[in-house]
Design a protein around this ligand. Structure first.
Ligand SMILES: Cc1ncc(COP(=O)(O)O)c(C=O)c1O
Length: 398
């Protein structure tokens, strides 16, 4: 019975070119990976799919920190941090996160998704209002839905519409909380939020702001502290969310903010309270990554990343109207918009045949008819690898 239902639905997904499959990688993540085909044959591919922007996921320092923490603390954490006690690496990481972000305190979670899922419902209730950017990540949308609050979505980066939603909240009974949720760098488009303007509005209307810095930390701002730090508005962001899983090369999510906020989350964030703590070795690896991004070598790595991003944009921009070479790059994410779902799969397939791995992103991750290749550049890509990708895209244009 269940088989019948889902077989039919899977068939429909395949017919619409919207089905997804797992691909086996038999190597560490890096600018080149080993992918196993259906026939189990291994192929080396140049990898433009990863959020490992600073090439830390397989860095010796992170590996050594994790191994040494495994030797000292073991592998599993045993239980939730409120049940079996908090192992030191989690606390060391959180102190370092707070210091790095310049906030009073920080709390880590097992992923960014889980951080959102625990935090947003702890901040607002069904009596409140959440205002979300249309392109917010699924973790933020799912978390907002979980609150039971009234949700209002504003078109992507549309300040006028955000303001009109805020204006509307004024007619609600006093005491209702209004939470604005947006991202520093949008995960599938690679553009940035107009953060200063959002903050002006939130102040004017007395709202709270949660900013997800998932794709900004490590790569934007002094010491890679993110967009709020770069724009000098960190103190105006009530809840700073981020992940340790992308530029920081480890795994996990975090919230930085006031002592009160963090104490409240320890008491109310269900995904923190009712889940086993992440492995202490992961916290130790994330701490090593934080030390790296705050160092002079981290700064050099960031500069290298931005050079590589500029090169990619310069080479791609003559091939399309939606990428301008002169524009300062906003992130290491370059969307190559194809439109049709099957055409995006075909292009990704053709690139794969040429030894290049670039994922095709389709609905529901992006809107129907706006399928794309999501190209991510890392500091570890060589100029030759970037040129190969641009040549291959050029050779496969209709
Ligand atoms: C904007 C954004 N927020 C949150 C997440 C979730 O983070 P994590 O992968 O650590 O769960 C992601 C990516 O997956 C993301 O792109």
């Amino acid at each position: 019975m269940m088989r019948d239902i889902f077989d039919e639905q899977l068939k429909a997904l395949r017919a619409a070119s919207l089905d997804r499959n797992l691909r086996e990688i038999a190597s560490a993540h890096g600018p080149e990976i080993t992918m196993l085909g259906r026939d189990r044959r291994a192929r080396r591919l140049i990898n433009f799919s990863s959020n490992d922007y600073l090439a830390l996921a397989n860095d010796r320092r992170l590996r050594e920190a994790a191994i040494s923490a495994i030797n000292e603390f073991g592998v599993g954490a045993g239980a939730s941090r409120l049940i079996s006690g908090t192992q030191s690496p989690h606390l060391h990481l959180e102190r370092a996160l707070a210091k790095w972000k310049g906030t009073e305190a920080a709390l880590s979670f097992s992923s960014g998704y889980v951080a959102a899922l625990g935090t947003i419902p702890a901040l607002v209730t069904r009596d409140d209002i959440v205002l979300l950017d249309k392109l917010c990540h699924a973790s933020l949308i799912d978390a907002a839905k979980l609150t039971g609050a009234v949700l209002r979505v504003f078109p992507h980066n549309n300040l006028r519409k955000l303001e009109s939603h805020l204006e509307w909240t004024r007619h609600k009974p006093p005491g209702k909380r209004v939470l604005i949720v947006t991202e520093s760098v949008f995960s599938m488009d690679g553009d940035r939020a107009p953060l200063r303007d959002v903050i002006d509005l939130k102040k004017r209307y007395g709202a709270l702001l949660l900013l997800d810095e998932a794709h900004a930390v490590g790569v934007i701002g002094v010491n890679g502290r993110g967009l709020a730090a770069e724009e000098n508005v960190s103190d105006d962001v009530d809840v700073q969310m981020g992940t340790l899983s992308k530029a920081l090369g480890a795994s996990g999510g975090y919230i930085c903010g006031s002592h009160t906020l963090i104490e409240w989350l320890i008491n109310r964030a269900r995904s923190f309270i009712y889940s086993t703590a992440p492995p202490p070795a992961i916290a130790a690896a994330a701490l090593a990554a934080l030390n790296f991004v705050s160092s002079a070598e981290g700064e050099e790595r960031r500069l290298l990343l931005w050079e590589r991003v500029k090169l990619m944009r310069e080479l791609l921009s003559p091939l399309t109207s939606h990428l301008s070479p002169s524009e300062n790059p906003t992130s290491a994410i370059i969307p190559w918009i194809v439109g049709d779902e099957q055409a995006a799969l075909d292009l990704a397939g053709a690139l794969s045949t040429e030894g290049l791995f670039v994922p095709a992103i389709r609905y529901p991750t992006v809107a129907k008819g706006s399928a794309r290749l999501r190209i991510t550049v890392t500091a570890a890509h060589s100029e030759d690898q970037i040129r190969s990708l641009c040549e291959a895209i050029k050779g496969n244009l209709p």
